[in-house]
Design a protein around this ligand. Sequence first.
Ligand code: XMP
Length: 425
Amino acid sequence: MKQDMIAILDLGGENNSALAREIRALGVYSEIYAHDVSADFLKNAANLKGIILNGGPNNVVDGKEIDVDASVYEIGVPVASIGHKKAKCAEIASDELRSFVFGTCKCSANWNMENFIADQVELLKKQIGDKKVLLALSGGVDSSVVAALLIKAIGKQLVCVHVNHGLLRKGEPEQVIKVFREQMGATLIYSDSVDRFLDKLAGVSDPEQKRKIIGAEFIRVFEEEARKLDGIDFLAQGTIYPDIVESGTKTNKTVKSHHNVGGLPDDLKFELVEPLKYLFKDEVRACGKALGLPDDMVYRQPFPGPGLGVRCLGAITRDRLEAVRESDAILREEFAKAGLQGKVWQYFTLIPDTKSVGVKDNARSYEWPVVIRAVNTVDAMTATIEHIDWPILDKITNRIITEVKGVNRVCYDLTPKPTGTIEWE
Ligand code: XMP
């Protein structure tokens, strides 16, 4: 392993992730551990150079105040504490972090993407040997970066499966094929499952029911593809560090459980490969960029798993779904032209299951409205509305009402979160 490491022990601090990111921003790798991690375990961590005890208000578990295992002080690397008064070590303030990391612990600033990639390639080769790895490649940031990393490490031993469920944005399946099969030479199985998903979804209007159907059908299609293949031992997943940190150390209650392709039947047992599990999202993007993935893949805005399925409100019909896809493509194109791509966190269109009266070509029309949503947020828990210049909205509106079949009206959703969620379903 090439990079030095500072371990953060979670003693109920509220900002474990922020602290890890601060240390990584100094060019030094850092990982978060539960408060009661054993000294032996830490000793075996590659290139451990120092430990920070990160105390805070969440330091009571099951009615008892938590503390570290005393042997942690005997590992032989410097130990410092932030906000943990009882610790048998010096208390450092955040602005002293740099001197602790470089002065006391003598770390080198050698955490960068080139070293990360080199380390991971070596580890992946060792873990996988001459076996094969399966990956559900949606074309989202995380699965794309996992694919690129595995292609670099094991080439043709990676088998990617791209399931087109018909709810992807315009041009996405084509881009996945172009980038991974044609440019990177990956083994890519393309499963055109559009009819299958849309048939299952026909007449279903409840949002949670739609999500369940899409999720379950995805697993079924993936399972079928996996069963056609022989001799696959590993399943790669795009798990990233926030997934793990949020899933809970001892003091963090489980916020979410993440299983990207969870739910596979028991007889399809794979060993997991999760090469991004220590990266934060911006690092995942940097990794993808370093591996040569295109910018519009790496800096892609968040896109929900059920895709356009939750933006074609109510029971999905093919014609309305197509109108969502086309209007969304126009919005994205115009936002890119206006330089808004990196400035707005998430932007998309949706179409409610309703029509309104209008006039088109001198005749009465009775067609769908398209709603534009463009929000900014840090963590998706709250969101504000982006102020878009009128001429841009004007142009988008004109293009949508002239180019998209079945649409006679465009609205801009001004609702922040709360009270509105980002998606309408
Ligand atoms: P809401 O609508 O809850 O969305 O304000 C917050 C963020 O989560 C995304 N989202 C989803 N992502 N599966 C996903 O993978 C889902 O079912 C889902 N629902 C919402 C949404 O796009 C936004 O970024």
